[in-house]
Design a protein around this ligand. Structure first.
Ligand SMILES: [Zn+2]
Length: 134
């Protein structure tokens, strides 16, 4: 078995919310306007302390991309994905870049992120008769 190396970042750090392994720096964020099926996601120029999965073709809102899932080396959680290749010219800037799922990481202030859309299965409150305009 190989030894795991943990890289320690300094600055405004995004960490794995499960094991607090350092993953990326605020300075390396290229865009905060990404979305995944779980909600917000951030595009990073550089990510550390992750392992990658199998390459696969994935059709996203912005077109077909070759991506690999990325996993935290500390706990093995799926934390996002990396763009290996983009087919649309306008999307080429994403090649070699990483996306972190916002709900899987803790921000520099230690705050978590609650996805806007709570999966139906987790909602057991009976408010179907209320029309809450608030
Ligand atoms: Zn972790």
């Amino acid at each position: 078995m190989g030894r795991l190396f943990f890289i320690t970042l300094e600055g405004q750090i995004y960490r794995c919310k499960h094991c607090h392994t350092h993953l990326g720096l605020m300075d390396d964020i290229m865009s905060k306007s990404f979305h995944s099926s779980h909600g917000k996601a951030y595009l990073f120029a550089k990510i550390v302390n992750v392992t990658v999965g199998e390459k696969e073709e994935r059709l996203m809102l912005t077109g077909l991309h070759t991506v690999v899932d990325i996993f935290c080396v500390g706990c093995g959680s799926l934390v996002g994905w990396k763009y290996e290749a983009a087919y649309e010219k306008i999307q080429k800037y994403k090649e070699g870049k990483f996306v972190l799922e916002r709900y899987q990481v803790l921000g520099p202030n230690g705050n978590g992120y609650i996805p806007a859309q709570v999966p139906q299965a987790l909602s057991d409150t009976d408010n179907t008769d209320n029309t809450d305009e608030g």
